[in-house]
Design a protein around this ligand. Structure first.
Ligand code: C2E
Ligand code: MG
Ligand code: MG
Length: 613
């Protein structure tokens, strides 16, 4: 039996049944000290009614009563389901054996003989009182427990519901996040991350089973930057979108198409093990891009340069495959765009050689491997040297002297050109200071690369170098190409204007060989045009020299001087002189020379005024 502290026990009721009031009174007096509720019944009928009304711990009942006697009452009580458990103690004045036996047989729990013994009766009753009290306490505790369990269950159910909701929400958010993390928002195609996952998976599969293999095509939209810059980003986006649609349309269901970023797309050609198949698909892509795109009610023609890599067991990761596809793609671009190029090992070797050269070039400045040659520029009026052009050389430890075309584009690509260019200006102005110290008055001409023209601090830097070398900026001429100026127009134009304000003059180099925008020409602060040597070379076969004549007259009309490059023969020099060309440069007069040799030649052929002074 569970132990419940007595003070917390509930009060219970005891039913006393006797037809005689004095007996009832006597029983009450005996049981009072138990402190429980005592209920009287004067007959069996009253007892039945009382039991229907309330719960009793025990019933003390007289056997002999008019109407229903004790046994009959007990039988009726026991017939009721609810009352069956209430223990009954019979009280009787007849100590007859058969009475006793009958009582127990009928289901009474005890039997007390009159005259009653108060202590005995109290202790008997108290046993049942405690029993009932403990039962009730237990029931109460159980009910409480059940209530708590029910409450907890409800709370749990609520928590579960909330959790389920949260899980659904989170799943949706995850899906959204996944979409965003793995897809390109403009085109809806897979992005670089997802593409790399696919590619890595394809590589892993290939390593298990190389048949049927796969190919990768990397695409770059040709001249995208021009569309983007001239028609705006919105038009650029439209072009990319149209491009993505055509691309997807030209391919098969199984191919994974991705936008890797900017104007770069990639396609994983699944199951394509034959080069023929890969090139057929590439040709199909080119075909799909052939028709113009309609953007802003304008027809825009676009194409793609495609680099193709066939998977083989040299490749261990996505990175490697993409790298080689990139190399092939650049080759396709260099070969004239709108075409595809398949990667081969020769490309890999030449890239490695370039990379090696690049890392050597990084150290060339520190190792003092760069040097300058100076090529005199003569005045066609009197054949005196009025200017020298600084031309950079790289004295490579094993490869000998390298010409600018062998490393300037590389330096440009590798982001080394600003530093290299600064070195050139510094060295040229230091040498010019030495020229001037020996009484010479020549202009120093220095070439600027696109990277230098994209530096907002160009003018400040050149002013600083000139000051440091003690050179009047008016002795400095900078040569730029139209292409270089146009590439970074927003930065280059104000930088050039600032330089002109400082006194520096500007020449337009290689005029006529590349990008030319006549409408734009007069806006640049240019003092001279340098006619590209290809026009000079043409002079020989062209009696009238139409092109050169036109350039000269154009330049003069714009108030610019004209310098002819690559003059190799006296005949060319003579023609140029007659066409009114101001200055000339070329092997006829001198090759690019070491500083001291250049200085000596300048001195020998210095203009008369400075010769006199
Ligand atoms: P450029 O500025 O047009 O320089 C003239 C180039 O023509 C020089 O080639 C010169 O050696 C060459 N040349 C001169 N006279 C003749 C001739 O009579 N016949 C022929 N066929 N060629 C002649 P170089 O030194 O190889 O330089 C090539 C280009 O590299 C230069 O063309 C210039 O654009 C660039 N460059 C040279 N030095 C620098 C530099 O310090 N910085 C930058 N950014 N570019 C440079
Ligand atoms: Mg030049
Ligand atoms: Mg030139």
């Amino acid at each position: 039996m569970a132990h419940v502290p007595p003070d917390s026990l509930p009060r219970v009721a005891v039913l006393l049944v006797d037809d005689r009031a004095d007996n009832l009174l006597a029983l009450e007096a005996v049981l009072e000290p138990l402190g429980q509720r005592l209920v009287r019944a004067r007959s069996g009928e009253e007892a039945l009614a009382a039991v229907a009304e309330e719960d009793f711990a025990v019933i003390l009942m007289d056997i002999r009563m008019p109407g229903l006697d004790g046994f009959e009452t007990m039988a009726l009580l026991h017939a009721r389901q609810s009352a069956r458990r209430v223990p009954i103690i019979f009280i009787s004045g007849h100590p007859a054996e058969h009475h006793l036996l009958r009582s127990y047989a009928a289901g009474a729990v005890d039997y007390i003989l009159k005259p009653i013994d108060p202590d005995a009766i109290r202790s008997k009753v108290s046993v049942f009182v405690h029993l009932r009290q403990n039962e009730l306490a237990l029931e109460l505790a159980q009910a409480k427990l059940e209530k708590r369990v029910a409450e907890r269950t409800a709370a749990l159910a609520e928590a579960n519901r909330a959790l389920a909701l949260e899980v659904t929400e989170r799943k949706a958010a995850e899906q959204k996040l996944y979409e965003r993390a793995y897809h390109d928002s403009l085109t809806g195609l897979a992005n670089r991350s997802l593409f790399i996952l696919h590619l890595d998976r394809a590589i892993a599969r290939y390593r298990r089973r190389p048949e049927p293999g796969f190919a990768l095509a990397l695409l770059d939209v040709d001249r995208f930057k021009i569309v983007n810059d001239s028609l705006g980003h919105l038009a650029g986006d439209q072009l990319l979108l149209g491009f993505a649609q055509r691309l997807t349309g030209a391919l098969r269901e199984v191919d994974t198409v991705a936008r890797l970023g900017g104007d770069e797309f990639a396609v994983l050609l699944d199951g394509v093990g034959e080069l023929k198949e890969a090139t057929r698909l590439a040709a199909r892509i080119e075909g799909a891009l052939a028709a113009p795109f309609e953007i802003d009610r304008r027809e825009i023609f676009s194409s793609a340069s495609i680099g193709i890599v066939m998977m083989d067991d040299r490749y261990a990761c996505a990175e490697d495959v993409l790298r080689d596809a990139d190399v092939a793609m650049y080759r396709a671009k260099a070969a004239g765009r709108g075409r595809y190029q398949v990667f081969d090992l020769g490309m890999h070797e030449s890239v490695m050689a370039q990379l090696e050269l690049e890392s050597e070039l990084r150290r060339a400045v520190e190792r003092d491997e760069l040097s300058l040659r100076y090529q005199p520029i003569v005045s066609l009026h009197d054949d005196t040297v009025v200017e020298v052009e600084a031309l950079v050389r790289w004295c490579h430890a094993t490869r000998g002297v390298l010409l600018p075309e062998q490393f300037v584009p590389l330096a440009e690509d590798a982001g080394l050109m600003r530093r290299l260019g600064r070195w050139v200006v510094e060295r040229a102005l230091d040498d010019l200071a030495a020229f001037q110290a020996s009484g010479l008055d020549v202009t120093m001409s220095v070439n600027l690369s696109p990277a230098q023209l994209s530096s907002p601090s160009l003018a400040t830097e050149i002013a600083r170098i000139a000051r440091r070398s003690g050179i009047d900026p008016r002795s400095l001429n900078l040569e730029v190409t139209e292409t270089a100026v146009m590439t970074h127009r927003e930065i280059a134009e104000p930088a050039l204007s600032r330089l002109v304000e400082l006194g520096v003059s500007i020449s337009l180099d290689d005029f006529g060989s590349g990008y030319s925008c006549l409408g734009h020409l007069h806006r640049l602060p240019v003092g001279a045009l340098k006619i590209d040597r290809c026009f000079v070379a043409q002079l020989e076969g062209d009696e009238r020299g139409t092109v050169v004549a036109a350039i000269i007259s154009l330049a003069h009309n714009l108030g610019m001087a004209v310098v002819a490059e690559g003059v190799e023969t006296a005949a060319q020099a003579e023609r140029l002189r007659r066409l009114g060309c101001d200055r000339a440069q070329g092997f006829l007069f001198a090759e690019p020379l070491e500083a001291e040799a250049a200085r000596a030649l300048c001195f020998e052929r210095r203009p008369r005024q400075s010769a006199a002074s």
